[in-house]
Design a protein around this ligand. Structure first.
Ligand SMILES: [Fe+2]
Length: 304
């Protein structure tokens, strides 16, 4: 019997309309077809199978090596989550007063500078800010080999905003600009809360490979599943719990999908998202003749 998955050479057919005789070969050594009794197709097919030249399945030995990984950090913030949740609800309720029916904006302080500034003055925000900045420094030093010893916390830019999803909200696929790392701290998230879905930065290459996506889980990775093949995943879903935080390179595309079971009474998913960047000095920036560009008018509204 031929091994499964091995196709015969092109000029040998195992169609039941033809059969082969070991004593009858063509000039290349392949078996040539001869007539057989069509009233006994199955027997004829078996004879064809037995008489085909033996073909070995011969993949080379080797190992699959995952390469070009995305450094993605998942951890836990030791903060008073319940207390912070109370403040988050209050802050977002202020936004709702101004944008009550705008589902794209009424769940987040992102667009409201006054409320974001108010957030900065809360006592727990100081701890949150310190943890975010120190985690960022640790990450860029260890994962990206970026020198950090010349920096202080005040050299780190942190832009943070509060989100309270209440069932009718979702967030389309996007990424973050003008920053190096982005993240989210989950102030309140339980089983059944909306996941955050990340898209592989290699998605265009993967689609060209025509890979067949399947649900993939990895050992030891709780609350995370993937779509794709093991090692070349196209999507990752993270199902957060209260206190979890995620930190990822800002170029990663991500989304918060609609909740599948509709709006539940009292459903809440509270998070604080943030962008991080740091002051950088430029080398070799004193060439040529210096000139200020302040005569050029600026019209930057950061997309708002
Ligand atoms: Fe985002």
């Amino acid at each position: 019997m031929r091994p499964k998955g091995i196709m015969p050479p092109q000029n040998v057919s195992n169609n039941v309309q033809s059969t082969f005789n070991e004593t009858n070969t063509d000039e290349k050594g392949y078996l040539a077809p001869t007539e057989f009794d069509e009233s006994d197709d199955l027997e004829a097919a078996k004879r064809v199978e037995n008489q085909l030249p033996s073909i070995d399945f011969r993949p080379a030995d080797g190992e699959i090596i995952p390469v070009f990984a995305t450094p993605f950090l998942r951890g836990h913030f030791n903060l008073p989550h319940d207390h912070i949740a109370v403040d988050c609800r209050r802050l977002v309720s202020k936004v709702k007063e101004r944008a009550e029916h705008d589902l794209g904006r009424n769940y987040t302080t992102y667009f409201d500078e006054d409320v974001r500034t108010e957030t900065h003055n809360l006592e727990w925000f100081k701890d949150f800010s310190d943890i975010c900045k120190d985690t960022y420094i640790s990450y860029i030093q260890n994962m990206l080999n970026i020198p950090v010893s010349h920096l202080s916390r005040n050299d780190i830019h942190l832009f943070a905003w509060v989100n309270v999803y209440t069932g009718e909200h979702h967030h389309e696929t996007h990424n973050h600009t003008n920053c190096k790392m982005s993240g989210t701290y989950y102030v309140k998230a339980v089983e059944g809360s909306q996941p955050i879905k990340f898209t592989s930065p290699s998605i265009m290459a993967l689609s060209g490979q025509q890979q067949v996506d399947r649900l993939v889980k990895r050992d030891g990775m709780n609350n995370i599943d993937f779509n794709g093949t093991n090692g070349t995943e196209s999507e990752m879903n993270v199902y957060p719990n209260t206190g979890d935080f995620l930190l990822w390179p800002s170029y990663l595309q991500h989304a918060v999908p609609s909740i599948r079971n509709g709006i539940e009474t009292g459903y809440e998913r509270i998070s604080i998202s943030f962008n991080l960047w740091h002051k950088t000095d430029l080398d070799n920036n004193t060439t040529g003749r210096d000139m200020s560009y302040n005569f050029l008018q600026e019209d930057i509204n950061h997309g708002k």
